[in-house]
Design a protein around this ligand. Structure first.
Ligand SMILES: NC(=O)c1ccc[n+]([C@@H]2O[C@H](COP(=O)([O-])OP(=O)(O)OC[C@H]3O[C@@H](n4cnc5c(N)ncnc54)[C@H](O)[C@@H]3O)[C@@H](O)[C@H]2O)c1
Ligand SMILES: [Zn+2]
Ligand SMILES: [Zn+2]
Length: 366
């Protein structure tokens, strides 16, 4: 066991606190990772506000990169000294999805078995099973994915959550590729990553939709060919018009990614896609929201697919090293997601900047 500094949310709505925590030595299947960087994500704020569950105190932070310090006795995939990006879906290898060769849909992903605690022994709930606003954290060894050690931690750590969710929503779930049009509704960190993913896959046009002009500027810099301010223009009509300009006869986009998580924007996505197109819901709705009323004949008549995307349907062991290599080759600008590097004491200020829409990601660097 060792003691390290970490940021926790002690009670619903209370400001986060920098405290000392106890990190156990890794047991079977576990690893202790020395954290180098961790992005500040909306989900951390949701935890702090009690929007995820009531298992306070939370150890926040989950978009992290670092160096493996120690591993449990039976761990063979990673070793001390490895540079890793942490993921929140360590696949089990034995559920139905894993057995049929689709581990990206694993139904039984897991985290460390032992608990990190406060100094008085109170057990902590690590955000998304990671908890990386900490000098060191304890995870399941399967949550550590080895990547190119030359890569900048603050940039590649972001693959651990929102950036992977967005890129994967466009490419893995939506099937973005050359010759297909992509529209993305909501251009925060996740939506902009979907835009970068669509551009990386060679899709065109790539249409960014948001109600905030600042977000649209950033989306254009990340590969959007067109931008639509949906506070001013009907996004459905505008997406249809832009797609018909590029592809004769197109009645919308081949893939529409909804990255807000609201019924009205999902409905826009539904009607903005071409016949046989795909809607991808990557935005997370709240439990009170329902599917908007849509005539069933419209669902039938348009064909295609209405999908949702968890973590971009990624398989960390396949996708993280590949995306880090593309980043190192200059083909995927992960640095552009890092708006600022901050200290571990600056997380409350980063939440406020996030709230005001000023940053894509503030990243804690340790
Ligand atoms: N599926 C997953 O695995 C996964 C992973 C991470 C995050 N998410 C979810 O993705 C969503 C986006 O996350 P984020 O970090 O990008 O959040 P964010 O708050 O940074 O971005 C949301 C964007 O939507 C825009 N927006 C709000 N209302 C809109 C409207 N009516 N029309 C168009 N645009 C609108 C905002 O201006 C903002 O740019 C959230 O719901 C988040 O919980 C999902
Ligand atoms: Zn499984
Ligand atoms: Zn996140």
């Amino acid at each position: 066991m060792q003691q390290v500094k970490a940021v926790i949310a002690r009670a619903k709505g209370a400001p986060v606190e920098l405290v000392t925590i106890n990190v156990p030595a890794p047991g079977p299947g576990e690893a202790v990772v020395k954290i180098q960087s961790c992005g500040v994500c909306h989900t951390d704020l949701h935890y702090r506000e009690g929007g995820i569950n009531d298992e306070f105190p939370f150890l926040l932070g989950h978009e992290a990169a670092g160096i493996v310090e120690a591993v449990g006795p039976d761990v063979t995939d990673v070793a001390p000294g490895d540079f890793v990006v942490l993921n929140w879906r360590a696949v089990c290898g034995s559920c139905r999805a894993c057995k049929r060769g689709e581990p990206q849909y694993c139904f039984a992903t897991f985290n460390a078995t032992q608990k990190m605690t406060l100094e008085d022994g109170t057990e902590l709930s690590p955000a998304l099973g990671i908890g990386a606003f900490a000098e060191k954290t304890l995870v399941a060894a399967g949550q550590c994915t080895k990547v190119d050690p030359e890569a900048r931690p603050a940039a590649v750590g972001l693959l651990g959550c929102g950036v992977m969710a967005g890129i994967g929503a466009a490419i893995n779930t939506g099937g973005a590729t050359r010759g297909r049009s992509v529209a993305v509704i909501g251009c925060g960190g996740v939506g902009v990553a979907a835009i970068a993913g669509a551009a990386l896959a060679g899709s065109s046009p790539v249409i960014a939709v948001d109600i905030d002009p600042k977000k649209l500027e950033r989306a254009a810099a990340m590969g959007a060919t067109h931008t639509v301010d949906s506070s001013q223009t009907d996004p459905v009509e505008e997406i249809k018009r832009i797609c018909a300009e590029t592809y004769d006869g197109a009645e919308g986009a081949d893939i529409v990614v909804e990255a807000v998580g609201r019924p009205e924007t999902w409905k826009q996505a539904f009607y903005a896609r071409d016949l046989a197109g795909t809607v991808v819901l990557v935005g997370v709705p709240t439990p009170d929201m329902t599917v908007p009323e849509i005539p069933l004949i419209d669902v039938f008549g348009r064909g295609g697919a209405l999908k949702s995307s968890w973590y971009g349907d990624c398989l960390p062991s396949r996708d993280f090293p590949m995306l880090v290599d593309l980043y190192r080759q200059g083909r995927l600008d992960l640095d552009a997601f890092v708006s600022e590097e901050i200290g571990i004491g600056d997380i409350e200020a980063a939440f406020e900047k996030m709230h005001r829409g000023e940053v894509l990601r503030s990243v804690v660097v340790l």
